[in-house]
Design a protein around this ligand. Structure first.
Ligand SMILES: O=C(O)CCC(=O)C(=O)O
Ligand SMILES: [Fe+2]
Length: 275
């Protein structure tokens, strides 16, 4: 296997491995790379849905996303789709997945199935780099804080997506979610300190109202996505990306109106988070 950084502080491209036929040593090296770099990209993979499911099972458990449509043929696979006539995409703002769960998903394995002629890249940002860049003053201010996360404002019947043309295909409008996590977590495997609030699902710091939380929360969210924390994944047929929801955030660019894009996603189970 050959690993090359995608950008100085985020992401890695891994060549010389067929994910559909991956030995335990390769698997261990891939896991370590995903945990450390936040996202790993693999090109020219021959990776059928059955391979996708078998590979995901080798990571541990699979979490079923409660909101995205599931593929009727392979219910472990969620469809992250945008039809030519739709204007809204899934994940089109900086976020990390499932932070509203008590035990958030570790990450996802995303496979490009239908791509637009141009555009549709996904940006990633490294939350270890984001934490390291904070001033000592801010680090001290957030060291003991926890934050409340929920997805209700996004997915419920009168939530953000319901106002858009993704509303009809999404499930789970009656579900209610909520979880509290430390603002700074230790990566469960690498031990690295990571900023763990995000613009999609973090509402307030515990002990503060939303209004009281917003000045510091906004400052954290803005500084986390500095250009030099980011990398960009340009999808090609056969591209597979695996990301770690603790180490990184992502943002799916919505710049291909009039064209279809469909990704197959399997969500990997995580472990409890701690400061
Ligand atoms: O479509 C993408 O590139 C990613 C969308 C997203 O946010 C997700 O699947 O979690
Ligand atoms: Fe996402």
């Amino acid at each position: 296997m050959d690993m090359k950084a995608l950008a100085p502080r985020c992401g890695v491209e891994i060549a010389g491995v067929a994910l559909a036929d991956c030995n335990p040593a390769d698997m261990a090296a891939i896991k370590a790379a995903v945990h450390e770099h936040g996202v790993a990209v693999f090109r020219n993979q021959d990776f059928a849905p059955e391979d996708h499911i078998a590979f995901a099972k080798a990571w541990g458990g699979i979490d079923l996303n409660n909101y995205f449509p599931l593929d009727p043929r392979w219910p472990e696979i969620a469809l992250v789709s945008k039809a030519p006539e739709q204007t809204t995409n899934i994940g089109g703002a900086w976020h990390t997945d499932h932070s509203y769960d008590q035990i958030p998903a570790m990450g996802s394995i995303l496979v490009a199935r239908v791509l637009p002629p141009t555009g549709g890249d996904t940006l990633f940002a490294h939350m270890g780099a984001a934490y390291d860049d904070l001033s000592d003053e801010v680090k001290a201010a957030i060291g003991g804080l926890s934050a409340f996360h929920t997805a209700d404002h996004v997915y419920k019947a009168d939530g953000l997506y319901a106002q858009t043309d993704q509303g009809k295909v999404l499930r789970g409008q009656d579900l209610r979610t909520g979880a509290v996590h430390p603002v700074v977590i230790r990566h469960p495997v690498t031990g690295r300190r990571l900023l763990y609030v995000n613009g999609g699902f973090t509402i307030n710091f515990v002990g503060q109202t939303r209004e009281e939380s917003l000045p510091l929360l906004t400052k954290l969210l803005e500084s986390a996505v500095r250009d030099d924390n980011q990398c960009r994944v340009q999808w090609e047929p056969g591209t597979v990306a695996i990301w770690d929801n603790r180490t990184s955030w992502h943002n799916a660019l919505n710049d291909y109106h009039g064209h279809a894009r469909e990704m197959h996603r399997i969500t990997l189970s995580g472990e409890p988070l701690a400061a």
